[in-house]
Design a protein around this ligand. Structure first.
Ligand code: NZQ
Ligand code: ZN
Length: 384
């Protein structure tokens, strides 16, 4: 196990009706900016609950944060917050709204070019406090310190990480997810599944607790994925999905582990170039990457196959069958592994992603820092 340190300052309030706690957990003198997306919160009851929880507070709202949040939109939110001297952010939505809110929290008090916050190209001195009310279990953004922001004008989808933007508070109410369309539930299950795998599926590393935590999250998602897809108002299934997705990227799974975020790196470029949903890019890339890196990952693939999928046989057989089982699970969640199924030409995707990775200086990906843009091109060509 490699050395690690761990700190997560986010207070989590889990369960039905927990939005009511916002009123007492946010300082009463705070001037609150409520950020949200295209309006789903008006249809699932979150908006009314927030209005009622914040009746003692001064609050104003800014809406229209799009999926894969756009820098230009977020800068309008920054100007709005500055103009009205708002000093506490409540993000209500999925990963896009919460990521966008992290950027706004960092940008409002920032002097200088806010675009440099993305990609960690400028130091941050401070950020506004942030609370997250989660409506889409997938990213884990509600209690981590990462954000992914897009800028169409320059073809960039890049992340930044800073402990200053850890949400102080995360409200996880599974009933808010009842209104999610099947497509977003499938996306959420697959995103959480892949987050877990990218911190786990490398090589054996004597991190036994982390391995078993990962395997527990994966088994939970396999169990509840189809149930929650078919039974939108099954509270227990949605509750377990919400907690599994949170724990997948809360910070514990990857402690002391080698990690391989190449699937996400390629996926972000696919989203930028072709507009594919985040999770759909992962379902395309991950199995193809595993086949390409089969020898290096065989030992851990075999452990995963035996413990998570109960497969039997020698290492090579189990490892190969584990890749197939994973891909089939994604298909069961409604996500294809084929670029062609989304009308995307594999050659165009492979060349485009390789060029973007070079432009973004993502030249050595993977657990051994040896996966080049040429390798990424070759991987995508197998996902036609
Ligand atoms: O905008 P509204 O109307 O709210 O609709 C949203 C949006 O269209 C809808 N939705 C959300 N909650 C709903 C709902 N519809 C009905 N009922 C509800 N309860 O769902 C759509 C997609 O929302 P979005 O926030 O984009 O989805 P997701 O949570 O999958 O977030 C994806 C973004 O997060 C980033 C991705 O790159 C992408 O930009 N990620 C962030 C990470 C992090 N911060 O740690 C890690 C991830 O790997 C990921 O990269
Ligand atoms: Zn993800």
């Amino acid at each position: 196990m490699h050395a690690f340190s761990f700190h997560n300052p986010c207070q989590i309030e889990f369960g039905a009706g927990q939005i009511a706690k916002l009123g007492s957990l946010i300082p009463v003198q705070a001037r609150v900016l409520v950020l949200y997306g295209g309006g789903s919160i008006k249809r699932n009851g979150a908006y009314e609950q927030i209005s009622s929880a914040l009746q003692q507070h001064h609050w104003q709202e800014f809406s229209g944060i799009e999926p894969n949040p756009e820098f230009e939109t977020l800068m309008r939110a920054v100007q709005f917050a500055r103009k009205h001297a708002l000093d506490y952010i409540v993000a209500v939505g999925g990963g896009s709204v919460i990521d966008g809110a992290k950027f706004v929290a960092a940008a409002v008090p920032h002097d200088g070019d806010c675009w440099l916050i993305i990609g960690n190209r400028t130091p941050l001195k401070t950020a506004l406090p942030l609370a997250a009310v989660l409506t889409l279990p997938a990213t884990g953004s509600e209690s981590n310190f990462a954000a992914v922001i897009s800028r169409r004008e320059s073809n960039d989808k890049l992340s930044f990480k800073n402990p200053l933007v850890f949400p102080k508070l995360a409200i996880l109410d599974p009933t808010l997810t009842f209104s999610l369309p099947a497509r977003q539930i499938g996306n959420g299950v697959v995103d959480a599944f892949v987050h877990t795998l990218e911190q786990y599926l490398t090589y054996p590393n004597e991190a036994r607790v982390q391995d078993r935590l990962a395997e527990g999250i994966l088994q939970t998602l396999i169990e509840i994925g189809p149930v929650t897809l078919n039974e939108p108002d099954n509270y227990d299934a949605r509750a377990n999905l919400m907690w599994a997705a949170n724990q997948a990227l809360y910070g514990l799974v990857g402690l002391g582990q080698a990690q391989d975020w190449a699937t996400h790196a390629m996926g972000h470029e696919l989203t930028m170039l072709f507009g594919l949903d985040h999770a759909r890019t992962l379902a395309i890339v991950l199995p193809a990457l595993w086949r390409y890196r089969f020898a290096a990952k065989q030992a851990k693939l075999a452990q995963y196959g035996r413990r998570v999928w109960a497969l039997t046989g020698d290492d090579a057989t189990v490892a190969a069958a584990a890749i197939e089982a994973t891909s089939q699970f994604f298909a069961q969640m409604g996500l294809s592994a084929r670029l062609g199924d989304y009308g995307i030409d594999a050659q165009e995707a492979a060349d485009g992603v390789a060029a973007q990775l070079i432009r973004h200086q993502r030249l050595k990906l993977g657990e051994n820092q040896d996966l080049t843009p040429d390798d990424c091109r070759a991987i995508l060509l197998t996902a036609a």
